[in-house]
Ligand binder design. Sequence first.
Ligand SMILES: C[S@@+](CC[C@H](N)C(=O)[O-])C[C@H]1O[C@@H](n2cnc3c(N)ncnc32)[C@H](O)[C@@H]1O
Length: 191
Amino acid sequence: MTMTAGRETLVDGEFAFTQADFRHIASALHSHAGIALHEGKAALVYSRLAKRLRTLGLRNFAEYIALVESPEGKEERQAMTAALTTNVTRFYREPHHFDHLRDVVMPQLAARARAGGRVRLWSAACSNGQEPYSMALTVLEKLPEANDLDVRILATDIDPNMVVEGRDGIYSDELLAPVPASGRRHFNPVS
Ligand SMILES: C[S@@+](CC[C@H](N)C(=O)[O-])C[C@H]1O[C@@H](n2cnc3c(N)ncnc32)[C@H](O)[C@@H]1O
């Protein structure tokens, strides 16, 4: 059997998803967000974007690709990026990072801040904020007066929905479970 290059079906589902479709999506994601996808992720890409096709009422991936590659596709490029990134996070995820921040990094930074110096920390892919808030709580353990000093934490994420959630900073009791009582007092209860 002969096949035209790129027309091989990668995922057999409700919508045909070929190697060429995958390459277009991967290229659009790379241009928009700098994220590289390899073909081993085809099933994941398919399952997450099939939902977008259904939501948008599109008939096939060709229509979806035409949209994300068009100048009018800005909003969908954003939605595609959100759909293809994984936002898993939790308070004090990878606890040894926070142990290191508290025990190794913070003593020097606290001394610098107390001497009037600048301290800047950055959670570069912050998801919905649990990481930067964990950083803030760790900073406060060693520097309770941080609010009065030149100490700032920047939190950014490529997924704007995550940035909105992080800015809201509203977390369920279940999510807050890893935060000790001494840290929880920094969160106001929401009714
Ligand atoms: C697995 S989560 C990790 C969140 C957090 N750093 C933690 O460890 O708990 C990965 C996050 O990285 C974000 N992300 C992926 N690529 C990014 C990029 N190029 N710039 C900024 N954020 C990015 C995703 O949107 C997602 O929220």
